[in-house]
Design a protein around this ligand. Structure first.
Ligand code: 13P
Ligand code: SF4
Length: 313
């Protein structure tokens, strides 16, 4: 429901944005009102490019912490703020920097080429050779010389999917997204039985048994193209619930059905959903919480991100 209070909050956010010379970047999983007023809405790859290109002095990043941190790594002179500093990610938590450093030391004989999914901390990025997103992981893994041992961190499901796509063997860190592993073979079978003519699009963070039921597996941004282009009218979308808002705007003629989990009719990321319009307003007003990083870590983390941006052009 649109109330006078929500209109006022929206116009106040837009006023502050002008005053601060800020850009508002939002991930596809953000709540509808944030997506609707953002300057750009997209996946991790698109958001990284936008953060790289912008002339704005302030980046208000409506997503999770590692995304805002990535924007800061490639924009050290800009002020990067995010509405809620506790917007973390279970994948980031699954691979602490010191544990990865220890593992690399213990397996020094492997001389690993480390590819880190962007859903990780700056410390992990600083230990990596290349960063990837779900949108470019296949292409980037294919760019690594055949004679190198690849360690892929932190998502075992994305890593396994990339191995299936490329035929390339990699050692996988055993992390997972707590949201995408909630979709199960039974929950997706169930919704397919209700909509027998529907096609299924799933994120590669889903498990193997769910990916096997999908007609397409891709990043959130590629889901937009898939939903627009498929001749199918009914589409089951197996990812975080915020995606449905974006897809309903981009493919209004399609019947978009949220993929259910065993427990719920759709899946919310509790971290993504920490961001609200009120917190976005407050962070633009106070320029807090701000993302800051030790310069040595930032510099080392920047290299593999820039390599990614160059290679995935
Ligand atoms: P995308 O880059 O595909 O948007 O994925 C980010 C993410 O966190 C998925 O859970
Ligand atoms: Fe992390 Fe999963 Fe949330 Fe994406 S959906 S931000 S991978 S916890």
């Amino acid at each position: 429901m649109v109330t006078t209070a929500s209109i006022d909050l929206e116009s106040e956010i837009l006023r502050l944005k002008e005053e601060r010379n800020a850009i508002i970047l939002a991930h596809n999983y953000q709540v509808g009102p944030i997506q609707d007023l953002a300057d750009y809405v997209g996946d991790s790859l698109g958001l990284s490019y936008k953060a790289r290109e912008t002339d704005a002095e302030v980046i208000a990043f409506c997503g999770v912490h590692f995304m805002a941190e990535t924007a800061k790594i490639i924009n050290p002179d800009k002020t990067v703020i995010l509405p809620d500093k506790d917007a973390g990610c279970s994948l980031e938590q699954a691979c602490p920097g010191p544990e990865l450093a220890k593992y690399l030391k213990e397996h020094a004989d492997k001389n690993y080429y480390v590819i880190a999914y962007i859903n990780c901390s700056a410390e992990v990025k600083a230990l990596s050779d290349l960063i990837c997103t779900s949108g470019n992981a296949v292409k980037l893994v294919e760019s690594v010389p055949e004679d190198r041992n690849i360690l892929f961190v932190p998502d075992q499901n994305l890593g396994a999917w990339v191995m299936e796509q490329t035929g390339r063997k990699m050692d996988l860190w055993q992390g997972a997204c707590y949201v995408h592993v909630e979709f199960t073979r039974d929950s997706i079978h169930g919704i397919k039985e209700e909509h027998p003519d529907a096609v299924v699009v799933a994120h590669p963070e889903c498990t193997y048994s769910v990916r096997m039921l999908a007609d397409e597996v891709c990043s959130t941004e590629k889901m937009v193209d898939f939903c627009r282009d498929t001749p199918a009218k009914n589409i089951i979308v197996v990812t975080e619930s915020g995606m449905l808002h974006r897809l309903r705007k981009e493919a209004p003629d399609k019947n978009l059905i949220a993929g259910p989990t065993d427990k719920c009719h759709c899946a919310d990321c509790r971290y993504m959903k920490l961001n609200t319009m009120e917190k976005l307003h407050d962070c633009l007003l106070h320029l807090q919480p701000e993302v800051t990083l030790p310069e040595d870590v930032r510099k080392r983390a920047e290299e593999p991100i820039l390599r990614m941006l160059e290679l995935s052009k």
